[in-house]
Design a protein around this ligand. Structure first.
Ligand code: XMP
Length: 515
């Protein structure tokens, strides 16, 4: 672009942001509608509309959805699903202080579900007892072990098929791995690296589901599985790292064991860490980020929460790669009720975006109670949205289903309805669990500063269909907005916000959002 055109573009965009900021003062999602524009799309299909975005400076996603780091929302099953669908899950830090291993296991579970080439497949020695191999398979949740000698040379493969009719007790103790494995001479294997397309051709041609890779000395350098190849094809939008593994994030605190926790999570190859505290514009955060950078260099880190221009600038100056925006809009959050502090979420997003420019992505965290709010969060400065309540009760959330008796008003019949628990991470119950206190009276716990609540929500199906609907609705919004991609849509609104945003009167809000 010529310098003059670039200058004009820059000043139009600055003007747009100024207008947007004036429009959203004191406002949040339900204060606006968007005015329909001439549509250029003949299809509103999420598979054909570009919805890509950045979660943080170095993490690009194809879908702008992130599941919240809450202990009733995101553990491995939710994070896996989010990444499969093109978004990201942040594993909560709601494990007891010093109890780091459980969170690490959740991260490992996500990183190990899918690969291009499994660089470090689970292995076992040929002389090991079959019982030991079965125990490893069970512990690791895998159906294949690569059999290697002490010099890591490939000697065979042990799969479920090889152990199918072996009983777990006496027989398993009697046999060695070497006696049941398929030996190297009967395996199809490949020397050196190869492309995924070549691997697929070879595996189809030779009708094998596993392809071990070895170097010239015969040492194991990887394993390709048919299941992984299918995953890569079936999930074209999935969020993956360079090795084809799903992306996953994890939250750490800003005090206590947070550096040790970060070190273990980095070792487990977590893709991004989130330093998440209720008030991110604080000396606690400053110390935490300085210590984090000193110890971990340029490991990708997102921090929050903040909701003001000063807060966002403060985090930017401390070198974060992404900023979580939102003080008090969350469904399980009582901060505004108990302290009267907070910033309406659209105002917070626009202010923070103006403060840090385009370099640092913003995560619009909390308060999304209908799919249309996602659209407003994204056009007003969010790069992604973080959701907690929207996924509550789905089958991928942690926690048991409990059945409660509910009185049906029409028939006056009592029926048993399945529920799951959703709780704020600063709720008394969550704090209690983290601190491992059972008997402390509520008064002491209140003194710890509870700013969240616990609610029962109806148990429902998979979060996958919820994300599917969200993406369809986002694509419809892009079409109504006269754009053909998410980026273009955002750009259009930001250039001319007055053309798009309609502030609502009380009655037009009732007409729009009260159903
Ligand atoms: P939604 O509205 O999607 O919001 O449920 C999710 C976000 O809410 C925040 N959160 C809390 N905020 N006290 C708070 O002040 C809490 O106990 C609490 N728990 C969660 C958090 O930012 C999350 O991503």
């Amino acid at each position: 672009m010529a310098p003059r055109a670039r200058r004009q573009n820059g000043s139009a965009s600055r003007r747009g942001w100024r207008q947007l900021e004036a429009l959203v003062q004191g406002c949040t999602f339900d204060d606006f509608l968007l005015a329909p524009q001439f549509s250029m799309l003949d299809r509103r299909d999420p598979a054909s509309i570009d919805l890509s975005c950045r979660f943080s400076e170095h993490i690009v996603l194809r879908r702008p959805i992130v599941s919240a780091n809450m202990d009733t929302v995101t553990r491995a099953p939710m994070a896996t699903l989010q990444a499969e669908e093109g978004g990201l899950g942040i594993i909560d830090r709601g494990f007891r202080t010093g109890d780091i291993e459980p969170q690490v296991r959740e991260v490992q579970a996500v990183k190990r579900t899918q690969h291009l080439v499994i660089a470090d497949p689970w292995t076992i020695g040929p002389e090991a007892a079959l019982a030991e191999a079965l125990a490893v398979m069970d512990r690791r949740g895998v159906g294949t072990l690569v059999v290697v000698d002490a010099a890591r040379r490939l000697v065979g493969l042990l799969t479920q098929r090889d152990v199918r009719f072996i009983d777990q007790g006496r027989q398993a103790a009697r046999f060695t791995v070497a006696q049941r494995m398929t030996p190297r001479e009967r395996l199809v294997l490949h020397q050196g690296r190869l492309s995924m397309a070549a691997a697929e051709r070879l595996m189809v041609e030779r009708k094998v589901k596993k392809l071990p890779l070895v170097n010239r000395a015969g040492r194991l350098i990887g394993l390709i599985t048919a299941k992984d190849l299918l995953h890569q094809k079936r999930l074209p939008f999935a969020s993956r790292d360079g090795q084809g593994r799903l992306l996953v994030g994890a939250a750490i605190g800003a005090t206590g064991d947070y550096l040790e926790r970060a070190a273990e999570l980095v070792k487990a190859e977590v893709d991004v860490l989130v330093i998440d505290i209720a008030h991110g514009h604080s000396v606690v955060m400053q110390k935490a980020l300085e210590a984090f950078r000193a110890r971990f260099g340029d490991v990708e880190v997102v921090a929050g929460n903040v909701a003001t221009a000063d807060g966002a600038r403060f985090l930017a100056r401390l070198g974060v790669n992404g900023i979580k925006v939102g003080i008090g809009p969350g469904g399980g959050c009582t901060t505004r009720l108990t302290t009267s502090f907070g910033v309406p979420q659209l105002q917070a997003l626009v202010e923070c975006r103006r403060a840090v420019g385009d370099r640092i992505p913003l995560i619009a965290d909390g308060g999304i109670r209908r799919d249309g709010a996602i659209v407003l969060a994204l056009v007003c400065g969010g790069d992604t949205v973080m959701l907690g309540s929207a996924f509550a009760g789905t089958q991928e959330t942690p926690g048991d289903v409990i059945h409660k008796s509910v009185l049906l008003p029409e028939s006056q019949k009592v029926v048993k309805v399945p529920f799951k628990v959703l709780r704020g991470m600063a709720s008394i119950q969550a704090i209690k669990d983290r601190l491992d206190v059972e008997d402390d009276d509520e008064v002491d716990l209140e003194a710890l500063g509870a700013e969240g609540m616990e609610v029962s929500v109806p148990a429902r199906g998979s979060a996958r269909s919820i994300i599917g609907d969200m993406m369809k609705h986002l694509c419809s919004a892009i079409s109504y907005g006269g754009a053909s991609s998410l980026d273009e849509f955002k750009e259009r609104v930001r250039r001319d916000p007055n053309r798009y945003l309609i502030p609502l009167s009380a009655s037009s809000r009732r007409e729009s959002y009260e159903r």
